[in-house]
Design a protein around this ligand. Structure first.
Ligand SMILES: [Ca+2]
Length: 420
């Protein structure tokens, strides 16, 4: 313990330094929660330890982290079917949201909210954000404008909040953005998850139903495993809430004694949620050791965690894979080896016409962007691009461009447009 490992990896002739990952003893099959930059590093460490990724080298360093080599976007774009334009740099960015005027809100892990104008590069820190516990995987997390934002200026966002002792919980909150854009007003929490002391798997993704009446909120298993199968626990679940944070009427399992907010269960760390144009709800979750998933979420179904997974425990213990007839809903797509997904977006814009009706998934350990082609209820892997950096977030912009946030203390906001 106490030895810092830094992995450096040479990909396509470019060398990148990774964020430090503290070594841990695997007595418990939990992805360690004390990683400075959260999810994904363990996938790499396991690969390294197994010698699977032969191009990866481990270096033991005694002191400070090497500064990440900030590869030129032009270099990273070589071989990619899109132009990559960096438009800003942020400190451990987590999520982004576009406002109707083209400005972007960016959440940063330690709890700051930045209002950024991509056209001019100007930025301001938005005041009025709540106190965030950013230990472990904690962060100011997702942010999504309300369906009526143009009139109400209301935002929904999520964050991790300290409880008593070492405990913490995921919180869903609302606030209004004042007309000048410099402050949150009337901030209030409308849903609080259950406390846990693990420091990880908050999830906290926000998605509005196409009719704007309901809010779907992802609540991770907090690295506690079994609560994902517990009918009374909101951990490891997709929740369907009213816009005031109360459980929506008619949720599918309430009559069976489940918590009234639960829409689906058996989930691990749900880091993406998106509706497609026909109103299907797609969800992405990070698997344990491999087994990252894309699921089609249907009301009342059990997605299996931790009873089944196409991944396995970090300590090597097997978890049965999904199999027909096992009573659990299998993922539509899964990854082995893992990409450690950070974000999910649905794409149906005109700027990349061939990619309409696709999902985009970012890779942290994968340093990647993946495209998933949708066809009704079917989903298939279509493209995998090496982006040369850990990618935390993805959103479709109002102009149809694809926007990414890199992970880490100098994570860039990237705009992807068709290659000229
Ligand atoms: Ca398995």
């Amino acid at each position: 313990m106490g030895v810092l490992l830094y992995t450096s990896q040479r990909l396509s002739g470019r060398t990148f330094a990774r964020v430090p990952a503290r070594t841990v003893a695997y007595r418990h099959p939990v992805r360690p929660n004390n990683l400075a930059s959260t999810n994904g590093d363990l996938h790499n460490m396991n690969l390294n330890m197994l010698g699977v990724a032969t191009t990866v080298t481990l270096t033991v360093l005694a002191s400070t982290a090497p500064v990440a080599a900030n590869a030129q976007a032009s270099a990273a774009a070589n071989g990619l079917p899109f132009e990559v334009k960096p438009v800003g740099t942020f400190n451990n960015p987590w999520a982004l949201a576009f406002l109707p005027n083209g400005n972007v809100l960016v959440t940063q892990k330690e709890g700051t909210l930045i209002l950024f104008d991509p056209a001019t590069g100007t930025r301001r820190t938005v005041s009025g954000t709540p106190a965030v516990s950013s230990k472990g995987q904690g962060a100011l997390m997702d942010i999504v404008p309300a369906p009526d934002f143009a009139a109400s200026k209301r935002l929904y966002f999520s964050y991790s909040e300290a409880g008593t002792g070492d405990s913490s919980r995921v919180v869903l909150a609302t606030a209004t953005l004042d007309p000048a854009g410099g402050a949150l007003k009337d901030t209030k929490s409308i849903f609080r998850g259950q406390d846990a002391t693990t420091g990880g798997h908050y999830s906290g993704r926000i998605g509005f139903s196409p009719d704007g009446k309901y809010l779907f909120f992802t609540s991770g298993d907090r690295q506690l495993f079994d609560p994902a199968q517990d009918p009374k626990s909101t951990l490891g679940k997709v929740l369907r809430l009213n816009l005031d944070g109360t459980p929506a009427a008619g949720n599918p399992l309430a009559a069976k004694g489940f918590d009234a907010a639960i829409w689906s269960y058996g989930h691990r760390n749900l880091l993406g949620i998106a509706f497609d144009r026909q109103g299907r709800l797609w969800e992405m979750e990070m698997g344990p050791r491999h087994g990252d998933e894309i699921n089609l979420i249907k009301p009342g179904l059990n997605y299996g965690w931790p009873k089944v997974s196409n991944g396995n425990h970090y300590d090597g213990r097997d978890i049965p894979d999904h199999a027909p007839g096992d009573g659990f809903e299998a993922p539509k797509v899964s990854w082995n080896p893992a990409i450690s997904p950070g974000g999910l977006a649905y794409y149906d814009a005109d700027l990349f016409p061939k990619w309409k009706n696709s999902l985009f998934i970012t890779g942290l350990s994968g340093q990647s962007l993946d495209r998933i082609r949708l066809d009704g209820e079917n989903a298939t892997k279509a493209d995998h691009w090496d982006m040369g950096e850990r990618i935390r977030a993805v959103r479709t912009g109002p102009d149809g461009a694809i926007w990414l946030l890199e992970d880490g203390p100098r994570g860039r906001l990237l705009m992807l447009t068709p290659k000229k």
